[in-house]
Every structure is written in structure tokens, then in C-alpha cells.
Write a protein that binds this ligand. Structure first.
Ligand code: EPZ
Length: 418
């Protein structure tokens, strides 16, 4: 099994161009299913989750190619509507294809995505919303059999929780429904706005994305279009935390600072100097980071849960104690035992992690439990004395395009050992 080898203690220097957002590519590819024409989608990072999405599209019968971070997809020949269980298991966020394939074929068969490393990951909000739009859903033998052959009709939807995936599935299902759909308590993440921008460029009529109330005026059909995916704000936070923990000065380009307000605020609280110029920033870390008294993960525009592991990792070396409260996922702290193997001193109790800053970390063997937890281990290893071997890196490859190549390009002693 491949692993990442890091010899810590190196300072970083230079510039990183941040990849496109994984959590925007996935729903946009689901949106391409609705389009009666060729879609060209630029700035798609080379990730295993993107490759899984391409397999799902091909399984529907779409023509898809991937070249130099551009996905070209033509769904005019789509006739199938089942996502095989193997592909659902490969990527649980395949559930976002539900809205796209139902909107296109009025049918869908998917296996219940089930939980993942972060917790049970229910989809009750998705299903209750789709039923209100006219989708009949039968659950049998672990499969969801969806049928909207009686038509999709716009309606008022209130999400009990501003779920990102549920908001995306409602937008995708309502885009070609008859009439107007209003989503109350919608998720406000930038990836929602990117999906709406993509669909509107294909002829949809979606208003209010980025706010908690979104209006979707159903249209008869969507046409092909060209779109560029927004930058990945969590990957940007990852490389910032690598600079912070190694006491480095690093430039990041191809970012959207307006998507990172809570992230930038937290880095500044830890003592990092951050100067933003257009779609780029320079982060200059202090000799030693300061604790951040309390960080709470919240829905956007609050501090994002996905950036939590990266900030906890870098603050393991801060002066003082940080308290992190995880409000989104039940099981987000599985990587912390692994961080403690590297010499961190972090205790967790339910949804609270208490990070007592230590003076140094020391290299060790560790295992990635999930995507962002794995990235947190890489960040910690960059500053640990000696060598670290990080296993189970398929989790990291889901969301990072060549993380070892990128970090090595700015001076880290890091490589992937097949
Ligand atoms: C998206 O997951 C992201 N994934 C996650 O990123 C991210 O952490 C999450 O949003 C929160 O920002 C993608 O976009 C592919 P949610 P999603 O629905 O849509 C509960 C990463 O690291 N919930 O907003 O699944 C759920 O259990 C990944 O890139 C229900 O109870 O997140 C969770 O506690 C990890 N019922 C909370 O809402 C539902 O029907 C947030 O879930 C749906 C969700």
C-alpha cells in the first residue's frame, strides 16, 4: 500500500497555485447530467473522487473525457439511471448525482450511501425534500428506487438543517421541474453558488444562492456550457497550515479570499501575518504560533468543519491551549490519536478537543482515518523531528491533487513511496 514519507523540520518557500474545489466539481458534474449538450468544465483537480464521478457519468451512458484538469462531458446519450453499489461505496458523496439523474430521466436507483469515517451521514433531508418535489422513493434491500414519472413540481422546501448536499440535490431536481421551488434555510457554502452559476450558464433560473433562501424557476431544458470551478478553500487552508507549522513564508495563488474569511481570521488569531492581493495571498508565520482560545466549526460563513483538522494540527505546536468545538460531524476526531503519536498533546471529550501546545513533535508511523485527518497528519509531519510514515493515503488522494509534489515544490522533504 502506498505511503507518504516525510522528513520534518524544513522551512517552506515559494508559491503554490491552489487546485479547484473538490466539493464544487462533484455537484457540477451532477448538474452536467441535466444538460442537453456538451459541457466543458475547467479547473477540475485530478482526484480519485473526480475519477469516481467520471465513472458514474460513463455508467449512465455519458461521453466523458478528462485532460489537463478539464472535464468534457456530453450527456445527450444518457439512458441508464442506476449508480451501482460499488461506485456508491467508492464515493459516498455520489448521492449528489440523485438530483441530476432524476431531473434528467425521472428515475434513479442508488444504494443507500450509508455512513463514512465521519459518522452516519444520513440523507433524510435529501429524501424528504425530493418527495415534496414529486419523487416517489421506495427503500428496499438497501437500495433507493426513485420514480418521478408523474412529473416534478416546484414547491416550498424548508431544510431542518442547512445541509450542503441536500441543498444541492434540491437545486438539481428543481432546475427542470414545473414551477418555482423555494429553499428555506438553504446551505450558503460557496460551492452552492458555483453550482448555481454553472446551471444558470446552461439556461437555468436560480436566484439567491449564497443566501439562506434560494429560488429556482424550473425551465424545460438546459443546454451545454463552459464553466471554471472555484478554488478549493480547504486545500488553501491546508497549505497555509503547512506554512504556519513550519514557521515559513509562503505565497498562495488561485484562491478566493472572500470564501475564506473565517479561515483567514483564525490564522491571524494564531499570530500569522496574512496579506491578501486579489486572488493571491502571502502568509508569514511567527517563530511560534499562539493558541487560539476557542474555535467552533459552523455552517458557512462560520469556520468550516473541513478546515478543523488542519488548524488543530498546526496549533498542536502553539504556545498555550486551544479549545476546538466540532458542531457538524459526530466522528471528526479520529485522526487525533494519530497526531498524539507524533507527540501532540490533545484530549477529546465528545465534540470538544483540547489542544495543549507542545514545543516539538517527533516523527512516527501513522495511519490516515479520513480525508482531512490524513492531511492533518501530513501537516504535523512537516514540522516533526525525524521521519514520519503516513499510511492509508487513499483517503488523502480523494481530495488533494498531488499533495506530495506540491509540498516538495516549496521545499518540503516529502515523497510518496509506492
Ligand atoms: C459536504 O458534505 C461536503 N462534501 C463535506 O466535505 C463537508 O464537510 C460538509 O458538506 C459540511 O460543509 C461534499 O460537498 C462532497 P451536510 P455533506 O449535508 O453535504 C447532517 C470533505 O472533507 N445531515 O452539510 O454530506 C450530517 O449528518 C467533505 O471534503 C443530516 O442529518 O454535508 C452532518 O452532521 C467531508 N441529514 C450535517 O448535516 C441529511 O439528510 C452536515 O452535513 C444530510 C445531512
Amino acid at each position: 500500500m502506498a505511503e507518504i514519507i516525510v522528513n520534518g523540520g524544513k522551512q517552506l518557500t515559494g508559491e503554490i497555485a491552489v487546485q479547484g474545489a473538490k466539493n464544487s466539481v462533484l455537484p457540477v458534474l451532477a448538474g452536467a447530467v441535466l444538460c442537453d449538450g456538451e459541457c466543458v468544465i475547467h479547473n477540475c483537480p485530478n482526484l480519485s473522487d473526480v475519477q469516481s464521478s467520471i465513472k458514474i457519468l460513463r455508467n449512465f451512458g455519458a461521453k466523458v473525457s478528462y485532460q489537463d484538469n478539464t472535464v468534457t462531458v456530453d450527456c445527450r446519450s444518457i439512458e441508464k439511471y442506476e449508480i451501482p453499489e460499488s461506485l456508491m461505496r467508492e464515493m459516498r458523496s455520489s448521492v449528489v448525482f440523485l438530483g441530476g439523474i432524476i431531473g434528467r430521466t425521472k428515475r434513479a436507483i442508488i444504494s443507500n450511501p450509508g455512513g463514512c469515517e465521519l459518522g452516519p451521514r444520513p440523507i433524510d433531508l435529501h429524501l424528504s425534500a425530493l418527495k415534496k418535489l414529486g419523487v416517489e422513493i421506495y427503500e428496499e434491500h438497501g437500495f433507493l428506487n426513485c420514480n418521478a414519472e408523474k412529473g416534478l413540481y416546484g414547491t416550498e422546501i424548508h431544510l431542518a438543517f442547512p445541509s450542503v448536499g441536500a441543498t444541492e440535490n434540491v437545486i438539481l431536481t428543481a432546475a427542470t421541474a414545473k414551477g418555482v421551488t423555494v429553499i428555506h434555510n438553504a446551505a450558503r457554502e460557496p460551492e452552492i453558488s458555483d453550482l448555481a452559476d454553472f446551471l444558470n450558464s446552461a439556461g437555468a433560473r436560480i436566484y439567491g444562492s449564497g443566501s439562506d433562501t434560494i429560488y429556482i424557476h424550473g425551465v424545460d431544458k438546459l443546454h451545454g456550457t463552459t464553466h471554471t470551478i472555484i478554488p478549493d478553500r480547504i486545500v488553501a487552508a491546508t497549505y497555509m497550515s503547512a506554512a504556519a507549522i513550519t514557521g515559513s513564508k509562503l505565497n498562495l495563488s488561485h484562491i478566493m479570499p472572500s470564501h475564506m474569511v473565517a479561515i483567514l481570521h483564525t490564522f491571524r488569531e494564531s499570530g500569522c501575518d496574512i496579506s491578501v492581493k486579489g486572488k493571491a495571498l502571502t502568509i508569514t508565520a511567527p517563530k511560534r504560533l499562539s493558541r487560539v482560545p476557542t474555535i467552533r466549526s459552523l455552517v458557512y460563513p462560520g469556520f468550516p468543519t473541513d478546515a478543523g483538522p488542519l488548524l488543530i494540527s498546526m496549533l498542536a505546536m502553539a504556545k498555550g491551549t486551544t479549545v476546538f468545538i466540532e458542531n457538524i460531524f459526530e466522528n471528526r476526531f479520529r485522526y487525533i490519536n494519530e497526531l498524539n503519536r507524533l507527540g501532540a498533546n490533545i484530549k477529546t471529550e465528545g465534540k470538544v478537543a483540547v489542544i495543549e501546545g507542545v514545543n516539538s513533535l517527533s516523527g512516527a508511523k501513522c495511519v490516515c482515518p479520513d480525508l482531512r485527518g490524513g492531511a492533518a497528519l501530513v501537516v504535523a509531519a512537516l514540522s516533526a523531528n525525524g521521519q514520519s510514515e503516513i499510511d492509508n493515503i487513499s483517503h488523502i488522494n480523494r481530495g488533494y491533487d498531488d499533495i506530495t509534489g506540491v509540498l516538495a515544490s516549496v521545499g518540503a522533504d516529502i515523497k510518496t513511496k509506492e
